[in-house]
Design a protein around this ligand. Structure first.
Ligand SMILES: C[S@@+](CC[C@H](N)C(=O)[O-])C[C@H]1O[C@@H](n2cnc3c(N)ncnc32)[C@H](O)[C@@H]1O
Length: 440
């Protein structure tokens, strides 16, 4: 795909540059604008495998394909995505037979990503057995209490706060039946698919607005919810996709995986071999908490034993902003290492306006700086990387993520080839999505 060389800084017809462009110009980095259409999660919702889960901050598979082609990635290369989310990069690599590893801190997303890389079609007839079995059991317990189901299956009510605001009692009962049956030995060969189908149904059957990017309650909805129908629909989609993958996509094989890990720590031990390419998107400094947004499924799929674990993961996440992660940033200003202070362009203004926001942004950049330092340990000589990030505004102060991160990359010895801007996010809010293209 060809894209336009940018002349925005010189273009006379361009309306006055806004602060995003002015700051980029001042930074001196090469800058390009590319229009490859919608690069949001929406693209993935109509594509094989990607549609098995919906993560609104995902990028689209065609963005990954664009970079795989642009960077000339081949089957001899090793690709890594250190912030793999639902696994978009790693899935696209597997489709092309390219070896790739993902790293992801959130156990829900790591599991979703990993199970989405299982593409076997050997035992799909078992889908019918499973559906028949849950239909019968749901029928059996139709007039029984949730407590009885909990007792019979030796399980517990999800430990999420306000559990019955999330799910109506009867819905939760059916969902728990669906979830417990997947653990039976006779379904072990199709376990990943059953898990994905139930996991998706758990959110789609919750009392929430389903078209919003962030989760909010929909307390007074009158939707008819049918757990069995949702699981059956999800399994049908998975079966169709597996069939299509195995008939239409040549060369793929199940070579990839997503590892539960923290990319701000050393990942030398996690990734076997040196990495030729990174195509990734770390969190943005926009106060979006991945743990908070995925908590219904984290709890429902029993990926956490205690509520404290959720807080601990959020605290460890880049840009985590929930509960304790916020309260510990509230008081004194974080100490900023002298080495990186000159790059934090928001700092002086933001510290006057809000200590919390200033600390939040500073922790974000310190975490990414740690990541960049560890990146050096694993890259090959021919390494090239793409980091998709978004700028933001905290207490009305601009956070020029793309320029600050580019400066941090250069500070650590990487070469920033160019910054590409794809599109504006958020209407009039001057929010942009950019890709920082680096080399070793
Ligand atoms: C923008 S999302 C990535 C979305 C991904 N590109 C996709 O298409 O699904 C950023 C991800 O980074 C993860 N993350 C945050 N802090 C992390 C850390 N320290 N180590 C590894 N992953 C982390 C978040 O849980 C989130 O899934």
């Amino acid at each position: 795909m060809k894209y336009q060389q940018l002349s925005i800084f010189e273009e006379p017809s361009k309306p006055e540059l806004n602060c995003f462009h002015r700051n980029l110009k001042k930074s001196g980095f090469n800058y390009q604008e590319i229009d490859i259409g919608d690069i949001t999660f929406k693209g993935g919702q109509t594509e094989l495998v990607h549609r098995w889960y919906r993560l609104t901050p995902s990028y689209s598979p065609h963005l990954v394909r664009f970079f795989l082609k642009d960077l000339e990635v081949t089957q001899d290369n090793l690709v890594c995505d250190p912030f793999s989310g639902r696994g978009t990069t790693i899935i696209e690599c597997q489709k092309k037979g390219v070896k790739a590893y993902g790293i992801e801190l959130n156990p829900l997303l790591q599991t979703v990503g990993n199970y989405s890389l299982s593409w076997k079609i050997d035992h799909l007839e078992l889908f019918t057995n499973y559906l028949k079995e849950i239909a019968e059991i749901i029928q059996t317990y139709d007039n029984q209490s949730l407590d009885l189901v909990i007792e019979q299956f030796n399980t517990r009510i999800p430990i999420i706060h306000n559990v019955f605001r999330w799910w109506k009692v009867t819905i939760l009962k059916d969902l728990i039946i669906g979830r417990e049956i997947i653990c039976k030995k006779n379904y072990s060969s199709i376990y990943p698919y059953l898990w994905l189908a139930v996991n998706k149904a758990a959110l789609d059957c919750a009392n929430i607005h389903r078209n919003h990017p962030t989760i909010t309650f929909d307390d007074h909805h009158t939707r008819e919810i049918d757990v069995y129908a949702e699981i059956r629909k999800n399994l049908q989609i998975i079966a169709d996709d597996l069939y299509n993958l195995n008939t239409n996509i040549r060369n793929h094989s199940e070579l990839n995986s997503i590892i539960l890990g923290d990319s701000t720590q050393s990942f030398k031990e996690i990734i076997p071999g040196s990495v030729d390419f990174i195509i990734t998107s770390p969190p943005y400094p926009n106060r979006y908490s991945y743990v908070h947004q995925t908590r219904p499924q984290l709890y429902f799929m029993e990926l956490l034993d205690t509520v404290q674990q959720a807080t601990a993961i959020d605290l460890q996440s880049i840009g985590g902003t929930w509960g304790k992660a916020t309260s510990i940033l509230q008081n004194d200003l974080l100490e900023v290492p002298d080495e990186i202070k000159p790059y934090l362009s928001y700092y002086d203004e933001l510290k006057e306006k809000s200590i919390l926001m200033c600390n939040y942004a500073t922790k974000y950049f310190i975490d990414l700086w740690q990541h960049i330092k560890h990146l050096k340990e694993i890259v090959s000589e021919r390494f090239q990387g793409v980091y998709v990030v978004g700028n933001s505004r905290l207490s009305n102060v601009e956070i020029f993520t793309e320029v600050i991160l580019s400066q941090l990359f250069e500070h650590e010895g990487f070469k920033v080839e160019k910054i590409i801007s794809f599109r504006k996010r958020g209407g009039k809010k001057r929010l942009y999505e950019t890709a920082i293209c680096i080399k070793s």
